[in-house]
Design a protein around this ligand. Structure first.
Ligand code: ZN
Ligand code: CU
Length: 497
């Protein structure tokens, strides 16, 4: 036996797993409670000990003085479905301190999907036809496991994805036979570990779905402890009616509701988060509800003709027929072409856009609301993405927490960790506790800041010192490490499979 590496042996002669100690950090544990100074020991994939500062010993000590240790951030709203497989390093997320992404939001998911042609809008946000290779949810699980991404992955099933599997014309309400087929496919995906169902009723490809169609699907979820998340039918003037539909749909299925990227879109709607949050809070006394939000006053998606307006800037991020127009304002393009905005938008489609259509006060109000989690809604396949893809979580900690004092640090972290794990049912994650998985982020609370801007969106944040995923150091000193240790996270009650 060589003396190259000293491995501690336990009584039964099995080698004890190596430990790391993060020494004398300000531990903010994700519950929302105030931070305190401590040592934290990682052993294998778990947190093995939490003890007073400078009390734990290990061969591998990380100096945490002056830094905050928090649970790894959970990005509850992503469209990273195919990217975690095609680009498993996920630098855009790990560099923010994100250790888990939830995919399958807004009605679109990579699985279960069978595509006979190019993906319909907005499934094209997830990739091209060849990227959709998972006819069953279990195929997706296997592919994620094989790719071993740098972050953990949990997944919703998209309503639009199901529609696309069983309907030839998405611009209709599903008939009984199609609804039955979707229900059956949803049940199968739930049995294989999906978290629940997402819908994207604002998009044309799901907008003709009746409330009853969605209710029929949502009624399959309770048996599996599933959740329902929704990009609502509208975020514009009729938002209260859209919220009512979301509430009644979730209530029908007796499942928790999460409203995706809650916002008041459109100039006529600015200021109305006072009403929408009051409505949400009122409803919370009767059913389980929560929401997520990204920390910017601009939204982004495919270019939607219904959202074309002169009220605010619309920035084109990509265009299939006019690729050289990407990176310009729609108004400039229309002016060059000597046409109105709508004509220009039609000519650019299919295309992607950033809409500067939210009021900063509404963003603050939603972000600070106690039931709001942080989700980036980043679009990883966009060549000129909205800066939320690289900056959302550091922006909450730097801009909104430190600079604007919107909330204290433990509250900010709770919205990215403990609350998220609780609402999405991720066991033993989101809170730093002995026996929990060691998904951790070490950062400098005085300097953490997003660097991604609308002009230069592909920039890693400052102030993220080190990130661990399942006990493995995944990111350090602005560099990816050699090892990736992310896992597929099935819904809690199928974890044992
Ligand atoms: Zn959405
Ligand atoms: Cu989304």
């Amino acid at each position: 036996m060589t003396a190259a590496r000293q491995v501690v042996k336990t009584a039964d002669e099995t080698p004890a797993r190596l430990t790391q100690v993060i020494r004398d950090v300000l531990l903010v544990d994700g519950t929302g409670k105030a931070g305190y100074r401590a040592d934290v020991m990682i052993q294998g994939e778990k947190v093995a000990a939490i003890a007073p500062p400078n009390s734990l010993v290990s061969d591998d000590v990380i100096d945490g003085r002056g830094l905050v240790l928090a649970p790894g951030f959970i990005d509850v709203h992503t469209h990273d479905d195919t990217n975690v497989i095609r680009d498993p390093d996920m630098l855009c997320k790990i560099s923010q301190g994100i250790t888990t992404v939830i995919v399958g939001n807004c009605g679109i998911s990579a699985s279960p999907v069978t595509l006979a042609a190019a993906p319909p809008d907005p499934m094209n946000l997830l990739g091209e036809q060849a990227d959709f290779q998972y006819p069953q949810f279990a195929d997706y699980v296997t592919a994620v496991q094989k790719a071993q991404p740098r972050v953990n992955v949990a997944a919703l099933v998209g309503h639009t994805a199901l529609r696309n599997n069983h309907m030839t014309d998405l611009y209709q309400t599903a008939n009984q036979q199609q609804i039955d087929a979707m229900r059956q496919q949803l049940r199968q995906a739930m049995a294989q570990g999906a978290l629940g169902l997402s819908s994207g009723l604002a998009y044309a490809s799901a907008n003709q779905a009746s409330t009853d169609e969605v209710k029929a699907l949502v009624s399959e979820l309770a048996e599996f402890n599933g959740i329902y998340t929704t990009h609502m039918r509208t975020e514009f003037d009729e938002i209260l009616a859209a919220m009512e539909e979301a509430f009644s749909t979730a209530e029908h299925g007796k499942v928790p509701l999460i409203i995706s990227h809650l916002k008041c879109a459109g100039a006529a709607n600015w200021g109305r988060t006072v009403e929408t949050l009051a409505y949400l809070e009122h409803q919370a006394s009767q059913q389980k509800v929560a929401c997520d939000c990204y920390p910017y006053s601009a939204s982004s998606s495919t270019l939607d003709l219904k959202q074309v307006t002169t009220d605010f800037d619309i920035f084109i991020t990509w265009s299939d027929p006019e690729p050289h127009q990407a990176g310009r304002l729609l108004a400039e393009i229309a002016n060059d072409w000597q046409v109105d905005l709508l004509t220009a938008a039609k000519r650019l489609q299919p295309a992607g856009a950033v809409y500067h259509g939210l009021h900063p006060d509404d963003v603050k109000r939603v972000l600070s609301y106690p039931r709001t989690m942080v989700g980036s809604d980043g679009l990883p396949n966009d060549p000129h993405p909205h800066p939320r893809l690289w900056g959302a979580f550091p922006r909450v900690l730097g801009h909104y927490c430190r600079e604007q004092n919107l909330f204290d640090l433990p509250t900010a972290i709770h919205k990215m960790t403990g609350l998220s794990a609780q609402e999405f049912g991720l066991n033993q994650r989101g809170v730093i506790e002995v026996g929990h998985f060691a998904d951790l982020v070490l950062f400098d609370a005085d300097t953490i800041a997003d660097q991604a801007t609308f002009a230069e969106p592909i920039q890693a944040a400052h102030g993220v010192v080190q990130v661990w995923v399942n006990g493995v150091c995944a990111y350090q000193n602005k560099q990816l490490t050699a090892q990736r240790a992310g896992r597929f996270l099935p819904r809690a009650d199928v974890s044992s499979q």
